[in-house]
Design a protein around this ligand. Sequence first.
Ligand code: M6R
Length: 583
Amino acid sequence: MCGIVGYVGDRNVTDVLVQGLKNLEYRGYDSAGIAVRNDKNIDVVKSVGKVIDLEKKLESFDVNYYMGIAHTRWATHGEVNEVNCHPHSMNNVVLVHNGIIENYRELKKELELIGYSFLTNTDSEIVAALIDSYKGSKYDALVYAQMKMKGSYALVIMFDDEADTLYAIRKDSPLIVGIGENENFVASDISVILPYTKKYVDIEEGEVVKITKSDVFVYSENGLVDKKIKTALCSIEDAQKGGYEHFMLKEMNEEKDLCVKLYNKFIEDGNYSDDIPDISNYNNVDIVACGSAFYAATVGKYLIDTYVCDRSVRVNVDVASEYRYKKHFYGDRSLVIVVSQSGETADTLACLRMANSLNVDTLAIVNVPSSTIAKEAKLVMPMLAGPEIAVATTKGYFSQVLELSLIAQKLGYIKGTISDIEKKSLIKTFENLKSYLIPLFEIDYSTIAGKLWFKEHIYFIGRGIDYIVGLEASLKLKEISYIHSDVYQAGELKHGPIALIDNDTPVISIITNDEIKEKSLSNAIEAQSRGASLYLLASENVDIDNLKIDEIIRVPRISEFYQPLLNIIPFQFIAYEVAKLKG
Ligand code: M6R
């Protein structure tokens, strides 16, 4: 989750770059660096750790710079150290890179054969050499690099022998150019440019951008492109924390109003509106996504399998990084649904493109309206969650689950497996969803977090949809607290994983399904008998009479079409509180 900032103009260049990196800190990183240019040379400064550490190093650089590039790195190739940190240089080229060059080993061999040697273990240094190796114009060198590289990249480049220009190219990794008055910016994220300008242009794949203080030129293979200048609709406040301690906390709190917004959009006169895609004509639906979006997809599959089970539609879910390399047997009633908050996730995008190229119908459930996935899908269901800045998705997952639930409900209603009365009751519950959610936001989760934050392993167990929610709960916890966590179908515990449980291992059991609550409870007791400390997230109807439980969180019992939305809230808060306690 690297970040890129580039600037050319009259402001204090290091201040703009450092501030830009600070605005990108929310994305997570392990090191940071900048390359800044003055009349004589390019200075490169790097630091492992926080941007503030880099800033301290820059204090001694009391020089008038007029242009520069900066980067926060999240290591993918090569360990976290200053050598591997960006910017990377090779002779005439200095660059920063987001993304992954999949064929970098092959390119490295070719470059070594013509005399290049490398200091770092990164794929990005190879890119610097690749561009440097081309003997011709800068534009041609970048077109050549685009042709040779496989994978994803957002690249901002300075050439030693061209004193006033930044160059940029991208593929499957976001990059925009911010347009100012006698100054210009390039950034991987809009939050970098918002303090200075709201005007920006998107860079498309295959384009080469030249940025000077006074001009931005975008070229494609057909020559100069007349780019449409867009205006960012979100304010800096939208992209910032709005009084909350962290973006994640702000975004979790937005879930309460998000469900109202989605109700207003998707329910019209007590009916499912036309904005909910009707997928009843398809008999083969693949839902593809990564990470939390995949877990949301899994909820969608469960709901269709369970409540629209008239055997007329087969739903398959897969993680995008697997799906894109599998063989598929699409028929003329196949649909591929991709789910993505950012709309830029490379594997998900690749699946969308594969399906599009095979003329399969595609639907994207996507949050960022200007994203590549939103642009390329045949049909789009907008998530309407607003900017999601925290890397740990919360409201994004919430919206994805709710939208998939609506698609399932509409499908069931059209197919007759959901009756008129059931539909009315489902829509009523949707209308009241916010009131079910509010009490869950009022619980003090710090006590339970206080019992968990120092643990090394935390396990979740559940059955059916409770297990699926456990997948997301466990991901959220490990992603931001760095505590190892895993989730098991409760009935699977005794088939091996129970060996991992000993004295005081926290086991969090999720029990909200009436039909299997007794079985789930007995699995929780199994874990307890191995010494586990038992935590329960249970709906009101689960009777825990004589059980000794460390902590219990009660959630209202509502239709399974909405239950996962309630169940996930406490786990988002617990993950957040645990991460805070761990600093
Ligand atoms: O932007 P996307 O929804 O395509 O992202 C997919 C995953 O990378 C994402 O959901 C990830 O798992 C979350 N950051 C987890 O909180």
